[in-house]
Design a protein around this ligand. Sequence first.
Ligand SMILES: NC(=O)c1ccc[n+]([C@@H]2O[C@H](COP(=O)([O-])OP(=O)(O)OC[C@H]3O[C@@H](n4cnc5c(N)ncnc54)[C@H](O)[C@@H]3O)[C@@H](O)[C@H]2O)c1
Length: 433
Amino acid sequence: MKALIVGTGGVGESMAAIAKRRDPSGELFEKIVLADYDLARAQKASQRLGEDRFPAEQVDGGDPDAVAALAERYDVDIICNMLPVNYAMPMMHAALKAGRHCMDSGMSLSEPHPTDPYNKVGKLLGADQFTLHDEFEKIGKLALLGHGIEPGMADYYARYAADHYFDEIDEIGIRDGATLEIPGHKGMAFVFSIWVTIEECTNPAVVWEADRGFYTVEPFSELESFLLPGGIGYQEMGHIEHDEVVHIGRNAHLLKGVKKASFKYAVGQEFTDAIGVLKSLNLHKTDPVDFRGTKISPRDFVAAVAPDPSELCKGLVGITSSGTWVKGKKDGLEREVYLCQIADAEDVLGRLGTQVITAQTAFTAVITMEMLATGKLAGYMGNPESGVRSPEEFCADPYVALMAAYEFPGGLMEMDSEFKRAQDRRALTLPLD
Ligand SMILES: NC(=O)c1ccc[n+]([C@@H]2O[C@H](COP(=O)([O-])OP(=O)(O)OC[C@H]3O[C@@H](n4cnc5c(N)ncnc54)[C@H](O)[C@@H]3O)[C@@H](O)[C@H]2O)c1
């Protein structure tokens, strides 16, 4: 497998570090080209990896011809877009031009409804990308959308839960929280792409219901207290715009007839307030403004001056839990589970040299490349072989089976339910050892 990663920030560099650790001899990941418009950044990542199979290149992800030419020069099998999500479309056009598979970790941009933004959807996340479905089918290649952790693992988990743990599903909710902190750091800390964090935290949040379709609510609204495992405990979390809701809504037929999908994240009051300040100052906006004769996009400016998450977050300590909460029925009994991935910031930094949030994002993309290379993705168990696809469209069994080998093991928290109580009662009648 040869891959081109465009965007060697936190996630792109973590992908390469994970591929190297999984496959030290280069039998599986023969070549991974690291490309960025900031060549020094790609070179730094390449030098840290210290092997010829990770060369550094300069490319602009907004230029499909240049990305396609690079993909052709190295004859890669797949182009991985690890850029901010506003590059989703040029990167997909690059893959079409070069005739390669492509993968990303987010979705093309949504647009708020012009008159009723906290109720109706304007343009849905990913809507532009799905228009290219037929073109990818025509060239017989896959465009794999949203292969990070959330989206990504969370979507594979939705499919895994449907296939293994439920007969019927009422609701799937992605729920994420952490005990992470950076000792000594004061103020706001972005933990991954600053541009994208501002986008998702200021846009109306999307929710899906089978009988209502996609609709929107205010970001951080409908706070709920959710119990996260591994000692994290109860955390307050609210709605945020996220791709999983779109993937789940579009693929309800593969998910035991799920009726509702939502995404909630525990960001904490300090972070919510800081986003509020950015918004009140119009610093979240992307349209360029005139500053003493120079055009500047306020959000690009914030991203350029704020501390770089991939470096700052190497100081994180604590644990983080990402996962998929599923509620439905099994054997006629109500059941609720939370399928999760819990990672310890210091452990991850110690073994990969990259910070926990971007490393946790990156492993799903690398597992998916391994599945593609070993025949466990395209065509496997009736999986699609081409087109623009959500993770839910693929059998998740090989993915879940590989998580532990990648040192990001999955976990299942059986939540209090009729099903769990019946299980507990059965266990209580077993003879003691
Ligand atoms: N699915 C998930 O779970 C998940 C989680 C975290 C991040 N992400 C996504 O992963 C992507 C990367 O995030 P990150 O934290 O690594 O961001 P980052 O800001 O650390 O890195 C982005 C890199 O892209 C480069 N870049 C920007 N514009 C470019 C251009 N035009 N051409 C070439 N290079 C360019 C930058 O120089 C930088 O190195 C983002 O889209 C983010 O939303 C997904």
